[in-house]
Design a protein around this ligand. Sequence first.
Ligand SMILES: NC(=O)c1ccc[n+]([C@@H]2O[C@H](COP(=O)([O-])OP(=O)(O)OC[C@H]3O[C@@H](n4cnc5c(N)ncnc54)[C@H](O)[C@@H]3O)[C@@H](O)[C@H]2O)c1
Length: 446
Amino acid sequence: MEMIATEWENKAQSRELVIGVLGLGYVGLPLAQAYCRQGFRVIGFDVSQSKVKMLEEGKSFIKHISNDSVKVMRDTGRFEATTDFDRLSEPDALLICVPTPLDAHRDPDLSYVVSATDAISTRLRKGQMVVLESTTYPGTSDEVMKPILEKNSGLKAGIDFAIAYSPEREDPGNPKFETSTIPKVVGADTAAEKRMAVAVYQAIVPQVVPVSDVRTAEAVKLTENIYRAVNIALVNELKSVYSVMGIDVWEVINAAATKPFGFQAFYPGPGLGGHCIPIDPFYLSWKAREYGMTTRFIELSGEINANMPGIVVQTVAEELSGRLEKSIKGSKILLVGLAYKKNVDDMRESPSLTLLEMLESRGANVDYYDPHIPVVPYDHDHPDYEGRKSIEWNTETLKKYDAALIATDHDNVDYDVLLKNIPFVVDTRNATHMISGKLREKIVKA
Ligand SMILES: NC(=O)c1ccc[n+]([C@@H]2O[C@H](COP(=O)([O-])OP(=O)(O)OC[C@H]3O[C@@H](n4cnc5c(N)ncnc54)[C@H](O)[C@@H]3O)[C@@H](O)[C@H]2O)c1
């Protein structure tokens, strides 16, 4: 393997390595772009015909990745997207970026990882490297993937082919960071495999952080996301406590954040959303049970975060009654923002969906406005699906509502116009902090 690693390092340097990316979603597509930009030939594999077709046509299916950038990638002639998994033997490095959700029992659902690994295993050739980037529990590469790869290929990990883990750290919609500017952690179990993993990532990021082994790297990613989930739960709890004391939690956090050490600001909201933070911590809880351990912080933060939508809906109900003498039943509510966070079109696990469901189950008539999500559920494979549609943004339409509930603080929403045309606004994100004067009386922070 040492010899393979030396040749590999040279090929990484000269851009002769061919990169395969499995799963061309929020993580895989920018990763493919980063390699292509650095002069590598990249083959992107996805099970979605429609995504592959769009990429071939030079079109993006992700809001913050422009059509132009996809066209540039395609026009280099170094990028191909395919659903033909027989071509998995062509790339040298196979980087897996498939979903890792929870199943109906809120246990890890590794079916996508297993299916991608299966597909690789029957085409695996000597000298290839398989790297999982999807978030998962420590032990996945070693206990789940390695046996499949070895059994179906007859090859030996660490000798014939390499295995590594490198967690993805995308922050979609954050203009300050992109794949190629974020340091990357890599873990592999032998020195040669680590050299190969470092070489492949060094080509696209400013800093590679090698750790002892694959399990440690898997644990790094979970630790990062558990840290966020727990801290968000903490500020969500503080929000409820300070609110009854008449203290504005956002003002408290922003002032505390001026401390130059020992404090990192996290902000409250209507609950947790996205494909990562509400899900990933439970990958560790599940694995910990195998060792007879419980993860009380994770469970507690999950409970606090999951309670947030209920608290918000209760506030809406109380304000409708107090301000308008109306019951939530029959009221007209405008939900502002469906995406799980600002300025993205991703509504996976979005608390807005829970809010919508809760408000409707209490008899409210709910419409939504989200400039990034024109129709829900938005389905790239069925773009013509006639689902629930975002309202047209105009003063006449806004005037129809009894209240607005801001669940996502998108930048391109005119909160001033919203407040001028609606009796009151429940703001779960401090999106209206810029509003001044009399209009502030219409704002309820929740
Ligand atoms: N979205 C983020 O911000 C983010 C950040 C860090 C880590 N992650 C992690 O990265 C992983 C991928 O997340 P994502 O947001 O990119 O998901 P995604 O749903 O946007 O993309 C996954 C892609 O994989 C494809 N796919 C499914 N099964 C496949 C298979 N067997 N072979 C090839 N392609 C297949 C899907 O069609 C889809 O295009 C997850 O583990 C997630 O937790 C995501």
